[in-house]
Design a protein around this ligand. Structure first.
Ligand code: ADP
Length: 505
């Protein structure tokens, strides 16, 4: 009981932990993706802003010189009376510089044309850098940092003077401060959400895992109630059509197979006790009678001879049972070799000619194929045919016919043992391959002459161990046909495979 709860808690804990971990990882993954997208969007926006500002600079900045003089100065044409233009002008002039090729700022209405912020950014632009910017037809983008560590994006380019004689260096910039703040607050928000998500994930995961596992525990409880003595019990299906129902169904099928096997074992024990009891009682009776009534040596001798005959029957049963159980537990390993089934069947049929003649039965052999080569165990195939033939002779009256026919159908051989004997009533047909099963009248006693009822069990085992099939057709009063199909030229079976075949039967 205690173990069961530990199991359920362990599984529930594991499921919840995995769920929470995945949930958290998913959140972190999505956050990182968003953060990356946000960063690149803000970056693109900074480039766009500066490109727009540059267009405004070109439209509003004039670099002029006094007529006849070499002193150039910058002049802005913003309409400062308009709040819009005043705003744009303030924004551009917050980070800017207009300089000559040596990096010396031009004058703008008497004041140097640069902003203090621009001046505070990183190392000043060297004449070499400025020369490169002036020579290039493309804008130059530079990253700079102010003394507080705030990054700036700078766009640099050339503006030609009004007299078209010279080019001047113009630099405008934009701070990343706002973007940085936005990204930082987004990062903190995500990190702050992690414990919350973990907690929510854990609680919901715990509830859902508990709900999902409840039916499993119910199934386990139901399965615990099933034991060897009540194998007819089944686990009730939840009728949800889900995986758990499939599990229940599989489980029930397994119990059904177990029940079938248990019943077979029970039936078998009953049959064996019954089979052994009869000869033992007979032997005992004979010996008791001899002990109390026999007077002459002749009478004692008779009693001993009769008892020996019954003891022989007993050892026959024991030997046959031992062999069958060895076969069915995979202990009899087939000694397969490449043999021709036509030859083998013909030779075995020949061995039955004399008993057939004795019973005044015509026994014929027909092969519709020249060869049927395959991997067979000679002794077992002979035993299989012998069992079928001795049955046929036993159950066919004088004047009847027995035909053994071998056919080939692709990579399978078919052997038929047909007789014109008494036949088997249809209600017995499904049972004749069971151990100890004999067709007899309700009051007809078991008799050694009629056999032990084990012959066809052997036939069935031998056929299956060779990977084949056996079936029977019979009409009472007309005759019986046993039909066996065996694969030809199949690779030899390993002992494990043979054991598997017999345990599955
Ligand atoms: P047994 O060793 O008693 O013959 P088997 O397992 O070989 O046992 O056969 C089981 C029963 O099937 C037999 O008792 C018999 O009633 C029936 N049977 C088998 N073969 C034939 C046959 N060729 N014709 C009629 N009945 C048969």
């Amino acid at each position: 009981m205690e173990r069961k709860h530990i199991f359920s808690r362990g599984l529930r804990f594991t499921l919840t932990s995995i769920y929470t971990l995945l949930f958290t990882l998913l959140l972190l993954g999505v956050s990182l993706l968003f953060r990356h997208n946000l960063e690149s969007t803000l970056n693109d926006q900074a480039y766009d802003d500066l490109n727009q500002s540059w267009a405004v600079v070109l439209a509003n900045l004039r670099i002029e010189n006094d007529p006849g003089q070499a002193n150039y100065h910058a002049k802005w044409f913003f309409d400062l009376a308009s709040p819009d233009e005043a705003g744009i002008s303030a924004r551009i002039k917050s980070i800017y510089m207009v300089a000559d090729q040596n990096g010396k700022p031009l004058l703008d209405e008497g004041a140097p044309s640069y902003s203090a912020t621009y001046h505070s950014l990183g190392p000043p632009d060297t004449p070499a850098q400025i020369a490169r910017v002036l020579a290039s037809s493309q804008p130059t983008w530079v990253n700079k940092t102010d003394p507080h560590g705030i990054p700036y994006l700078i766009r640099q380019g050339a503006v030609t003077s009004e007299d078209h004689s010279r080019k001047f260096f113009v630099s405008i910039g934009k701070s990343f401060d706002e973007s940085d703040k936005l990204i930082r607050s987004f990062t903190w928000l995500c990190l702050g959400l992690v414990p919350l998500v973990m907690l929510t994930g854990w609680v919901t995961g715990w509830i859902f895992a508990g709900r999902a596992l409840t039916p499993v525990l119910e199934i386990a409880r139901a399965a615990q109630r099933i034991s060897g003595s009540n194998l007819s019990m089944r686990i009730p299906s939840r009728k949800a059509g889900d995986e758990l129902d499939y599990l229940v169904e599989t489980f029930n099928q397994m119990i059904e197979r177990l029940e079938h096997n248990f019943n077979q074992v029970r039936q078998f024990s009953t049959d064996v006790s019954h089979e052994l009891r009869t000869p033992i009682t007979v032997v005992r009776g004979q010996l008791e009678v001899a002990l109390f009534t026999a007077q002459t040596a002749e009478q004692y001798r008779d009693a001993i001879v009769n008892s020996l005959a019954d003891i022989e029957r007993l050892s026959q049963i024991v030997r046959a049972l031992l062999l069958l159980s060895q076969a069915e537990t995979g202990q009899v390993i087939l000694q397969k070799q490449n043999l021709d089934l036509v030859e083998l069947a013909e030779a075995t049929t020949d061995q039955f000619q004399i008993p057939a003649e004795g019973a005044e039965i015509e026994l014929t052999f027909t092969a519709n194929a020249r060869h049927c080569p395959g991997e067979f165990d000679r002794i077992q195939i002979e035993r299989m045919l012998s069992n079928l033939l001795s049955n046929a002779i036993k159950f066919t009256p004088a004047g009847g016919t027995i035909r053994v026919v071998v056919d080939r159908d692709g990579d399978e051989a078919e052997i038929r043992v047909e007789d014109t004997g008494q036949g088997i009533p249809p209600e017995h047909l499904p049972l004749i391959f069971d151990r100890f099963y004999r067709v007899r009248g309700p009051n007809e006693p078991a008799s050694p002459e009629k056999g032990l009822g084990l012959g066809l069990s052997f036939v069935a085992w031998i056929v299956r161990a060779h990977g084949g099939t056996v079936d029977v057709r019979s009409e009472p009063g007309k005759g019986t046909t046993f039909r066996i199909r065996l694969p030809l030229n199949t690779p030899p079976m390993t002992p494990d495979e043979a054991a598997l075949i017999v345990t599955n039967t």
